[in-house]
Structures are given as C-alpha cells and as structure tokens.
Design a protein around this ligand. Structure first.
Ligand SMILES: Nc1nc2c(c(=O)[nH]1)N[C@H]1C(S)=C(S)[C@@H](COP(=O)(O)O)O[C@H]1N2
Ligand SMILES: [Mo]
Length: 399
C-alpha cells in the first residue's frame, strides 16, 4: 500500500517525471507480448485471475473465452479501468457515511449515503463498456490500452434514481444543460486538479435513466467498481459512469476538466483533441462472437454453435445476423436467454455446419430504431467507439 496515491507526496509524483505521469495516466503500462502474466493488484485480488488479461494495475479485461452464456457478467470476471489509482479501501469502512454533494438544484446540499437510500430504489441491468473497447483492432495502434472485446460486461445495479434525488432537492436550476459527476480519488498536491480529476459531463437528458448505485450484482459495490457510490448513466460509455462519486452538479456547461475537454474526444486523424469534437457519450449498436474464439486449435468439421452478445446502447436489440463467409451472406441468429431491458446485452446463438477450410465468422446487430452495426469503424485518434462488425470477426480453421 506504500504506493497508493494518497501516500505519494508531491515530490514523489513530480519526481516520477512528467513523461512517466503522462504514460501512467494514459494507461500505457501494458504487458509486453510474451511476458509472464501480471499478478492482480491488491484491490482486485478477489478477481478470477484466469478470466482476465491484466494489462496494468489499473486496466484488466475479461478474456473472450471467459464470457459465459447467461447474460450477467460475474463481478469477479468483470473488467477494470481506472484512470487514477483507486482510493484507499478505508472509504468502504462506513459506507452509509459517504457524502455526496449536490449542486445546481434548487436546494443545493450534501447528502449522506444513508439519506440517499431513503429517497427511492431502482434496479437496472446495463452494459458497462470502456469507450476504448475494440481499440486493438485499429490498424494505426492508437495509444491507450489495446482492449479487444473484454473491456465490457453486463451487470445489475441497484440504487436511487437521480431524478428522485433532484425532486427531493426542489428540481434542477434553470439553464442547466449537463449532469456533471466528479470522482472521489485523492489527487496529488501541486498538480492542477483539472488535469487529473475524473469529472465528466453528460447531456441533461441522461437524468431520466441515471442511477446512484450502491450495489452491483447483488453485493455492496466493491472498491474496484466504484464503491461505496457510483453514478450509472445507462447506455453511455464507461467513462461517464463515475466511481466513488463525491459531487453531482447540474451545470450550464461541460466541465473543463482535461478528461472531458480533451480526453475521450472523437478526434479525426491528423487533428488534436478539442472540446468542439464529439465526446464519447451514448454507445453505438454492437455485437461480437464469444465462441468459437480466434486463434484456437483447428475445429473439427461438422456442427458448430456460434454464440455471442449484442447491445444497442440506449436502445434494445432487434435482431442479430451471422455470416460464416466474412459478410457475403447473412442469416438471422436466435436471441436467447432473458431480456433484461434495453440497456442490457442479449445473448445470441447460431447453429451451423462448417466444412474444412478457413472461415471468417462475423455478426451484425440491429437496434430497435433500425440502426445497423456498421462494417467499418469510424476512424479517430483515440481508438474509441469501435463498433465495426468486420473488426470483430473471428477467423477459424476447420480441419
Ligand atoms: N472515479 C472514477 N470513475 C471512473 C473511472 C475512474 O478512473 N475514476 N474510469 C472510468 C472508465 S474510463 C471506465 S471504462 C469505467 C470502468 O469501470 P469498471 O472499472 O467498474 O469496469 O469507469 C469509469 N469511471
Ligand atoms: Mo474507459
């Protein structure tokens, strides 16, 4: 624990050098190829190591082969992405004493978690996905964690709807256009807090579905996933789901914190990140195959069951199609398992017979508004929002 952020002095932080800090904040401690698997960091030691690829102490993804077929991603297999080292576990000692500051409402005030728990209760299943999921498939190798498909999971949250809290505090003040959440990490002294703080703004419309959650998958929220309290913005990319939330503000403008103003922007190739470019907010319709997996031993010729997951961001999934010839001919897959609502993913299955040779298996989802998952990714310098069905294809050899 001697290396935890709150025990690092300013001198130590600065002493590591700007480049080291920059590399660290970009999550660039990636494992070199062929290195020994990294051990799980202490705050994630309860995770199922064989299910995870540990890119760094703050970035771990679920292996494609570890996703099961029963909708919910078990907590011990769920990916972790921290832009900063997490706070100390001591913040979970007295969960109900956690304080959330509310700003931009008629009666701005701070509420303890115990008080929030009296204002209402809702449970929602959502896909939690890092906007960089699928970055590994960008040919330009953008900097950042080379996630393939495993920086995502489908989990159940329980908490109080933000709209209930707002109602209890007299409503949103006039002129507010964004909901801005601030993470509770301790920031090092001597560095401009705006350059490090995890603070994100989403359009006020997100208020309809947003939740302040204290439980995930039926358990008190772990430190790794943002306990004691987390903002959930269903259908929005992971970064907007603020862990250890300590301040929720209704604001006229987007925050000027670096992670909002310059981070997570859809920056066209050759340009610099800029607040005028779109931010990573709503997730796009997307699907991928979890089995068979790529780069396995050759499959035996004959019947194969292809299965995977599909989701539509803020909309549900209408259909999933599968092609076993790289996208020339498509056939509908079967949606299987329970439908946990429009923010959850659906499991799909497709029975086929494969002859010997090489096959490119691909899948393509359509959401309830008729939006079809695209063939091509939208190029951007950060490697965000990859929904390309071609990029997510699985090449198999059949003996
Ligand atoms: N306070 C805080 N919230 C945060 C982050 C963070 O570093 N600090 N990371 C964000 C990012 S980029 C993602 S993808 C998700 C990851 O959530 P998980 O670690 O629970 O899987 O949390 C988001 N919320
Ligand atoms: Mo993320």
């Amino acid at each position: 624990m001697s290396d935890s952020p709150s025990t690092l002095s300013r001198r130590q932080w600065l002493g590591r050098g700007g480049a080291a800090l920059a590399a660290w904040s970009l999550g660039a401690w990636t494992s070199p190829a062929f290195a020994q698997p990294r051990p799980l960091p202490a705050y994630a030691a309860w995770k199922d190591a064989p299910s995870l690829i540990v890119h760094s102490n703050t970035t771990m993804e679920t292996r494609r082969g570890a996703f099961g077929t029963s909708v919910i991603t078990p907590s011990n297999q769920l990916y972790i992405r921290n832009n900063l080292p997490p706070p100390e576990a001591a913040i979970l000692a007295q969960r109900d004493e956690w304080v959330l500051e509310l700003v931009g409402v008629a009666q701005a005030r701070s509420l303890r978690l115990a008080e929030l728990k009296t204002l209402g209760l809702e449970t929602v299943a959502t896909v939690l996905q890092c906007s960089g999921n699928g970055r590994a498939f960008f040919p330009g190798k953008p900097s950042g964690t080379p996630w393939t498909v495993g920086a995502a999971g489908c989990v159940v949250w329980s908490g109080v709807p933000v709209r209930n809290v707002v109602k209890a505090l007299g409503g949103v003040q006039d002129g507010m256009k964004f909901l801005t959440g601030t993470g509770g990490e301790k920031l090092p002294e001597g560095i401009d807090p705006k350059s490090l703080v995890v603070e994100r703004s989403v359009p006020l419309a997100a208020l309809d579905d947003a939740l302040l959650a204290w439980e995930m998958n039926g358990e008190p929220l772990s430190l790794a996933h943002g306990g004691p309290l987390r903002l959930i913005v269903p259908g929005y990319q992971g970064v907007n789901n603020i862990k250890y939330i300590q301040r929720l503000a209704f604001t006229a403008r987007e925050t000027d914190a670096r992670i909002m103003a310059h981070g997570y922007r859809l920056t066209p190739p050759g340009q610099q990140p800029d607040p005028a470019q779109p931010s990573v907010w709503e997730m796009g319709v997307k699907s991928w195959i979890n089995s068979p997996q790529p780069a396995q031993e050759p499959l035996a010729a004959g019947p194969v069951l292809i299965h995977g997951v599909a989701f539509g961001g803020v909309r549900g999934v209408q259909q999933v199609e599968v092609s076993v010839d790289g996208g020339k001919q498509w056939k509908p897959a079967e949606l299987v398992g329970p439908d946990l609502g429009r923010f959850a993913w659906r499991q799909f299955a497709f029975k086929t017979t494969l002859a010997s040779g090489t096959h490119l298996l691909v899948c393509r989802a359509t959401d309830t508004a008729g939006q079809v998952q695209p063939q091509a990714r939208m190029d951007n310098t950060g490697g965000y929002n990859n929904t390309s069905w071609l990029d997510h294809g699985v090449k198999v050899q059949v003996a």
